[in-house]
Design a protein around this ligand. Sequence first.
Ligand code: UDP
Length: 371
Amino acid sequence: MYDYLVVGAGLSGSVFARIMTDKGYKCLVIDRRDHIAGNVYSENIEGIEVHKYGPHIFHTDNERVWNFLNKYTSFNHFVYSPVANYKGEFYNLPFNMNTFYQLWKVKTPEEAKRKIEEQVIESGINEPKNLEEQAVSLVGKDIYEKLIKGYTSKQWGCDCKELPAFIIKRLPVRFVFDNNYFNHPYQGIPIGGYTKLVEKMLDGIEVRLDVDYLKEKDTYENIAKKIVYTGTIDEYYDYCFGELEYRSLRFETEVLDIPNYQGIAGMNYTDSETPYTRIVEHKHFEFSKGNADKTVITREYPNRWEKGDEPYYPINNDKNNELYEKYRKKAESDDKVIFAGRLGKYKYYDMDKAVADIFELTDSLDGRNKG
Ligand code: UDP
């Protein structure tokens, strides 16, 4: 008999299992895939760590999260600074003095602010009600048209007017020449890869792969006192209130016989015609480690999600959030299961937030169990 059955060997599940095992609880981790690490999984091809489920750049301002992960890996000094490719014109991201100079040839923060202000006033938007209005009132129409509109509508599969404003608030706007995509003090890629990191966290913990909990409920339902479920909450409850919506992705990975394809880890295609949102060249996450004559690139195509596809992003609009609330309430009164992670919580979590969320959970469980 186990104390916890952890469904999902991704970042959330692995952190949970590690912490609770160290506190003396007996955990069993299962995953329906044939590998650990969930969506942070990386696979070594030609000596290059390939991020199989999309690029993952770890960044945080949470010292506890940073210190915890550093027990299992060291991080390199990679800083994410993607370039936007709009119909062959290149712009630095996130929106900063480099971008403003490239767009308008403005040379000082004051000139840049004035340019944006002019466009914001012209738009007449006071209270932004959706992503389009939020974006235009933040950075003006030029940036919106060239760097946001196409990318966002491809990414989410709908018009920017139909999307919630909060998505775009993730992106910083800076009046300094600084191309660091993130504002956090800690950033990097685990040396040796994400899979190694998760492997280390799961060291000494029983893991069974190729086990689909929902298909093998008879065996696993009562194997532990409690279940920590990191899959989709609506599927767990057999869609009893209806289906939540997700956004999916399709990846096209190629090994090329050249040393360097695009000279940068991430290039975003921000026009609406190019069908993919970005090309990732994996070797640049690790400063060209691996086979010097080859490179691995991945084109990332946003995809409509249908039952059975991999869900990547929760679509947190009002309709889905209301539906999720029903599932959350049901889960609250369910003594058997606790939901965690991006899918279990139906939240657009970054990796550090997912880990911090597990800390909150394990702290409270420990208190409760002791109490
Ligand atoms: N975004 C954009 N242009 C870009 C990159 C991002 O408009 O070149 C917008 C887009 O709406 C996206 C959001 O910013 O959904 C958040 O981007 P982020 O890079 O944080 O997305 P993730 O890496 O999680 O896919």
